[in-house]
Design a binder for this molecule. Structure first.
Ligand SMILES: Cc1ncc(COP(=O)(O)O)c(C=O)c1O
Length: 387
């Protein structure tokens, strides 16, 4: 007889997520429909994932084609689709070589291993309020105690410096530093744009001390901020870029992109992943990158995002409840005096999906393909709940 276990709920899932009272049924473009048949404007894109919109025909067709041609052979095989996807990523960034993973945390994990191996040093500088993932390495890189609580001891030699603080970074960095890891615009930490001067100084200091600069672009990458990668706004060229979320438009995949000088440190047997670069994931990623580039979505997002931010700033900033409206491209944060999580639920009841970033920021990450009128419908609802 099966053994009986006692749990607090009827669910057989670990309660790791604070779930909403919403059951997913289907999604298309910038709209999600729940199991009650209610349709929502999606201004969160599955936390910055579905950048091309739900069920994008080109991505669906690419995955469907692969679905009938074999799913997995292993990384002993050469996969042309990995080469094609890697070419698209490197031809459109300052990187030369790619390692494929399955998620953002795994891409960062690869970066943490690579910087230590390449430099022979251990110390990694990260930033307060950063978020890099939930694995032991990426959690250690995450500058938020609440994320690390109960899981210690952390991986050693991570140092957390206040974000956008040039002099604190100058004090922290030294000849023992393997890397500086940063989000060009902090996402989970509250949608906090990195100052141009700060990002440039991080690059210069890393070079001066023989450390590597890692840009975590898991949330900011692939058009989200109005550039292919967000660090481009500051004109810097990181040694390593990590990406995931939008890479598969919902199909799980991630990548670490690095400069050619790092090649020897990630030789055969040094790192790996059974599923990394899986043919289905690569079919999705290649289609995503092709659409992103052919439709010039980064440039369009820069324009749409600027106009949308302008509308939100004009309508929300005068409100008593609102402290600041900030962001870049279609990554926008509305800092409020009230708990953001409450406003998220109020917006849901009005048929608009957004998420919180920390206790007081409402975060907007709509699909980059969202129609202007849909963004305006969302803006109207946001104004109503904050009024
Ligand atoms: C900047 C950043 N890095 C890493 C991660 C972790 O990505 P994943 O959840 O795919 O492991 C996230 C997820 O929110 C992120 O925003």
């Amino acid at each position: 007889m099966a053994q009986q276990h006692q749990t607090n709920t009827a669910s057989r899932l670990f309660p790791t997520y604070k779930r909403w009272d919403l059951t997913f049924k289907e999604a298309k473009g910038s709209y999600i429909t729940d199991s009650n048949g209610k349709t929502y404007i999606d201004l969160m894109a599955g936390i910055g994932v579905v950048n091309l919109g739900h069920s994008h025909p080109a991505v669906t067709a690419a995955v469907e084609k692969q679905l009938y041609s074999g799913w997995h052979a292993s990384n002993f095989f050469q996969y042309p689709s990995q080469e094609k996807t890697a070419a698209l990523l490197t031809e459109n960034s300052c990187g030369d070589l790619v390692f494929f993973a399955n998620s953002g945390a795994e891409a960062n994990e690869a970066a943490i291993k690579l910087v230590r191996k390449h430099t022979g040093r251990k110390k990694i500088i990260s930033f307060v309020q950063s978020f890099h993932g939930r694995t032991l390495g990426s959690m250690a890189a995450t500058g938020q105690e609440s994320i690390q609580q109960g899981f210690g001891p952390m991986l050693e030699e991570f140092v957390y410096v206040p974000y956008n603080d040039v002099s604190a970074l100058e004090k922290a960095i030294d000849e023992e530093t393997a890397a500086v890891i940063l989000e060009p615009l902090q996402g989970e930490g509250g949608v906090i744009p990195g100052h141009e001067e700060f990002l440039q100084k991080a690059e210069q200091l890393a070079e001066q001390y023989g450390a590597l600069l890692v840009a975590d672009e898991v949330q900011t990458g692939l058009g989200r901020t109005g550039a292919f990668f967000a660090h481009e706004h500051a004109g810097i060229k990181p040694d390593i870029i990590t990406t995931a979320k939008a890479l598969g438009n919902g199909f799980p995949t991630g990548a670490m992109i690095g400069k050619a000088k790092l090649e020897a440190s990630f030789g055969p047997g040094s790192h790996g992943s059974t599923f990394g670069g899986n043919p289905l994931a690569m079919a999705a990623a290649e289609a995503v990158l092709t659409v992103l580039l052919e439709e010039n979505l980064s440039k369009k997002t820069a324009e749409t995002g600027k106009a949308f931010l302008g509308v939100l700033q004009k309508s929300l900033q005068p409100l008593e409840q609102v402290t600041e409206v900030r962001g870049r491209g279609l990554m926008i944060g509305i800092e409020t005096k009230c708990p953001a999580a409450e406003k998220v639920l109020e917006l849901q009841s009005k048929g608009v999906l957004v998420i919180a970033a920390g206790p007081s920021v409402i975060r907007l990450l709509p699909p980059l393909t969202t129609e202007w009128d849909t963004l305006m419908d969302g803006a109207k609802a946001i104004q109503e709940v904050l009024q």
